[in-house]
Ligand binder design. Sequence first.
Ligand code: MD6
Ligand code: FE
Length: 213
Amino acid sequence: MQADLFGGTPAELVLAPQAKLLKGLALPYVPRLLAALEQIQHTAPFRHMVTPGGQAMSVALTNCGALGWTSDRHGYRYSALDPDTRQPWPPLPEVLLQLAQEAATRAGFANFVPDACLVNRYRPGARLSLHQDKDERDYSAPIVSVSLGIPATFVLGGLDRVGKTLRVPLAHGDVVVWGGADRLRYHGVLPVAQAEHPLLGAQRINLTLRKAG
Ligand code: MD6
Ligand code: FE
């Protein structure tokens, strides 16, 4: 899908009062995003982190930016160093800053300055169970989430674990932004179905940009 096939602005879907899906917004950024991803995974390779419960996550992850999200048997935290290499995470590429700012502004969150980007890689079968993003210091900043590669179904719930959920299909180039009253909604990703993407093969990459520190 081409975001601006008809010369207009990309479709915006309201998922919740302060959560928007910006269809295809990332498409014009894709060549630069893929080049940046190569650099990031060269410096900080994808790995399957272990949850505090002792399970290896099915999603492989890495980070870029001043702070990176990590998990081990002791819990979840943000840290300035990659625990595997003991080096700083690779810097947040300019293309990601630009995309994050465009997306946040379109969704009503001006002046978003992320300092952390969690990069998730889903192979077919990988999933992310329902969770809240609450390891960041400041919940006033939104989260910008960019999807690349094969499709997935995003599940958006409420502020507690029980109750109604919304299933949102996410395609290559889609961007989700949420913040404000919706910042702490439970959410997850259903097991990703087998598929091939022309640029990324059998994988889905999700980039979530946050203000963590
Ligand atoms: C994913 N995303 O789409 C996982 N969190 O692969 C998230 O966990 C997420 O997309 C907060 C806000 C947006 C997200
Ligand atoms: Fe999340």
